[in-house]
Design a protein around this ligand. Structure first.
Ligand code: DGT
Length: 258
């Protein structure tokens, strides 16, 4: 990318040594978060860009491999959640949140910690979208019952109180596109588990994103989260194959983080 040298200049990183600036990429299903995360990683190799742990949800270990049965036995929780959301949504949210927290708590590689001016870590989604987008939506749809919702909120709040300072966001990048466009991209990539997803579900998730990140009407339980600045990027235009659009998006991120 032509802008990468400028984009990664120390001026754009935080000024204090050993300071980690954490940013999450948020947006609807199939909006292009992973593509955008790869783009950031290529443009800024000294940033730590952490992918969403989807493959973990598709391969939940049931039993470890043994000498007599060397193939590990796994289940696909993502598929189970879409097939029977009432049965599996609470289980899914507890596992997705724990796997997000675990990856987000991973220590930074030493080389990045020593980078001049501090380190930048980018997450695909966060423990906050787990609660305020998906779990809340599943509760509103009746796929998580009120007892499960109370239990989820209780341990989520506790975990954020305990670990919040280590996953605290300095910024949120909201990739925004219409639910129709997301459905088109979702159909194009044809992930097996997502075959039954309909426009209505994407519209609901879109509204959740808008309420949290644009309208600010979602009730948040963490004071620091209310103050996190949000960069809204127009993801309606396909950026995967378009270097001009990519440069434009990247320079917006650069300005946002400088
Ligand atoms: P991208 O890179 O923008 O195309 O995004 P995706 O679709 O690869 O990634 P994402 O985060 O939208 O999620 C992957 C799949 O997992 C998708 O079918 C939505 C689902 N998913 C992700 N997080 C949650 C969650 O917390 N709860 C539920 N119920 N589903 C989730």
């Amino acid at each position: 990318l032509s802008s990468s040298a400028l984009f990664c200049s120390p001026r754009n990183l935080m000024s204090t040594n050993n300071y980690i600036k954490r940013v999450s990429i948020e947006g609807n299903i199939a909006v292009g978060k992973s593509t955008f995360a790869r783009l950031l990683q290529n443009a800024c190799p000294d940033w730590d860009v952490i992918a969403e742990p989807v493959s973990k949800w598709q391969n939940v270990d049931q039993t470890p491999p043994t000498a007599s049965s060397p193939q590990p036995c796994t289940s696909n929780l993502l598929e189970m959640m879409y097939r029977d959301p009432k049965r599996w949504s609470y289980t899914f949210q507890s596992f997705s949140c724990m796997s997000r927290l675990r990856t987000q708590l991973q220590p930074l590689p030493d080389t990045l910690l020593r980078s001049r001016g501090g380190a930048v870590r980018v997450y695909e989604r966060s423990v906050y979208s787990d609660r305020y987008i998906f779990a809340l939506n599943m509760f509103a749809l009746g796929c998580i019952n009120s007892t499960e919702w109370a239990v989820y909120q209780d341990w989520h709040s506790f975990l954020i109180e305990q670990f919040g300072h280590r996953v605290q966001l300095e910024g949120i990048i909201y990739l925004r596109a219409s639910p129709q466009m997301c459905l088109e991209r979702l159909n194009r990539r044809a992930r097996v588990e997502e075959q039954e997803i309909e426009l209505d579900y994407l519209e609901k998730l879109h509204t959740r994103h808008e309420d949290w990140l644009i309208n600010k009407t979602t009730t948040l339980h963490f004071e620091q989260l209310m103050k996190v600045p949000v960069l809204v990027l127009d993801a309606e235009v396909a950026f995967e194959q378009n270097p001009e659009v990519q440069d434009c998006l990247l320079s917006k991120v650069r300005d946002f983080l400088s």
